[in-house]
Ligand binder design. Structure first.
Ligand SMILES: [Zn+2]
Length: 98
């Protein structure tokens, strides 16, 4: 996952650009949210919407639609699709449509 480029509309986020998404996710994910308590690393961003692919500290993946409210959201927001592993996240990215 670290040495491949993603298919359009997904673009890779390097550490510098990923940081702002990680910071925003940390703010928006409230205690009752399914991602709360997990460290998230931003991997890719969709160019057509605000969806971001994160790798979580439990080695799962999540596609999260950040709201950019810059405050804690009421779960289930930010809307999240949990994915168990690399194959699942790759398939979900391939099937992603607007
Ligand atoms: Zn999209």
């Amino acid at each position: 996952m670290n040495d491949v480029d993603f298919r359009e509309p997904w673009s890779r986020l390097d550490a510098e650009h990923g940081q702002s998404f990680e910071n925003e996710a940390h703010v928006e994910v409230a205690p009752a949210h399914e991602l709360h308590g997990l460290a998230l690393r931003a991997l890719a961003q969709c160019q057509g919407c605000d969806n971001v692919v994160f790798r979580a500290s439990d080695d799962t993946f999540a596609i999260v639609h950040l709201t950019w409210s810059r405050k804690p959201e009421a779960p289930p927001w930010p809307l999240t699709t949990r994915l168990g592993g690399f194959i699942a996240v790759e398939a979900a990215m391939d099937q992603h449509q607007h």
